[in-house]
Design a protein around this ligand. Sequence first.
Ligand SMILES: [Fe+2]
Length: 599
Amino acid sequence: MSPMRIDRRSALKGLAAGTAALTVPRVFDPAAAAAPAAKGIFGYGVASGDPTGTSVVLWTRATPPNRRGEPVATPGSGLGKPLEVRWEVARDEDFRHVVARGKVRTSATSDHTVKVDVRGLKPYTRYHYRFESRGECSPVGRTRTAPDVPGEVHALRFALVSCSNYTGGYFTAYRAIAQRDDLDLVLHVGDYIYEYGNGADRYGPAALAGVRDGNPDTEVIDLAGYRLRHALHKADPDAQAAHRALPWITIFDDHEVANNSWANGAENHQPGEGVYAERRAQAMQAYLEWMPFRMPDQSVPHQGTRFFKRFTFGALGDLSILETRQNRSQQVAVPGVPFDGFVPIGVNPSIDGAIASPLRHLPEPEQLSWLKDGVAQQGRPWHLLGNQVMIAPVLYPGAALGAPGLTFVNGDQWDGYAADRADLLGHLAAQPDSAGDVVVLTGDIHASFSCEIPLSATPGSAAYDSAAVEFVCPSVTSDGFYEVLGGTPQLAGAPAEVVVNVTRQAIGAAQQLNPWLKYIDGVSHGFVVIDVTPERVQADYHHTPVPTNAAPDPRVDPTVVPTYSRSLQTLAGTHQLTAASGPVGARSDQPASMGRHHS
Ligand SMILES: [Fe+2]
């Protein structure tokens, strides 16, 4: 997302990068990240993804062992001989009850990544999996098929995450997720990687320079670079733990290619960085190689390549995964505004007209039609949407952006594509109650939100009809409102407590203007647990501690793990939010499993 860029850079100018690095415990070895071949064939760990009732994608990277004198087949190098890799899936962790096995060949063509779409599995069942090559075994991964038994209702609980900037801090949110045993999956809605380098474009706290650096060193713009950047994330111990523990459903946003991307370019795609379409194709190739992502059926109408897809969960709900970068119209941009990508509204008819134009699209029309069909389907109380940028309107008071008297929207969000949003929301409002409710799950903005989504929004007015609700997760590590405001010249050097208070005041002003934004936290990082029952959908926010002068940036401490903060819920049929009394308890039921001692 865009508003972080200007302040991040100006903030960095005032700081002597690296001076604080020595105080941070070194739990991660950048050299090992560059060449986990030293950790063996399976040094990048294992992962699983896109679980359905009968299938799951297994993933690993098999680095060919190098003979003496040969260069290491590091990611992106194009080096290394082909390798045969065996895989097996078992009901038990000792692999006495193997239900599927096979072998695949991998090579430098796929960067030595391995993906297997295992089919014929039983729904709502725990499995264990591993890979083997040249006598070496991978770590054992755990996965589970989706609670998708036709006509039946089972528990559904998952973690919602986004915006995992490697140079922004430690992935302790992933660690906390890996340590839970009550989740079905992880839903990552975008910005799994960031494209920035370690120089003037470095993104994240200066204290981590030299401690937690991007690899490669510079902005990634080509296949080798994107492969290496993905490999860096797959070498992170917390990312490895979360991938090893649970299947992930992922979709890319902009930073998997470049900041604020649209169909034919991106804010962070400059002359000298090649042809944008070629850059994006290379970024997508690396994404598909390194993520446990199943390509959907391309015969469904779409533009470009189809990435959007839908998961079903018995009689409880479904989850539509949107893809809103590849075909989107260029963002409405106004030069000279204090924050990149923000657009003043109500002052210039041509700006307002562009925002409202039905000729501009966020998803392509074919995808929007597919989505509208999905949310109109009967028989399940919940339609969940995995979405990248916020749908709920967010009007930013100009005072907080250094332009008092004006009101801004973030042109990169659905706010910048008002015709598409009105089309979708009007369709939702026209559905009978029997079509169920929509809950949108979003990331991107690096802050926690719980929103009702007004059919039409009048600034400051609480008199609106709500079409759906939206839960927005905080970033895993990327700069949020607290870091952005702390980087402004007015607050440079201010105590953390002061910056926290200013952030909360700005949020309070925003809530006055946007009464449908029922909850906002712009200070902490972490993740959200989403729990779905026929009666309600609850969101438990898990947050890093509120910064203090003694610990102004929890992201730089590898021992600080997000903990439970608060909960909101929406009751079926209401399209509204209420407080929930506390975090979710035990699941109503468990997937089938076979323990070590039950053979
Ligand atoms: Fe982000």
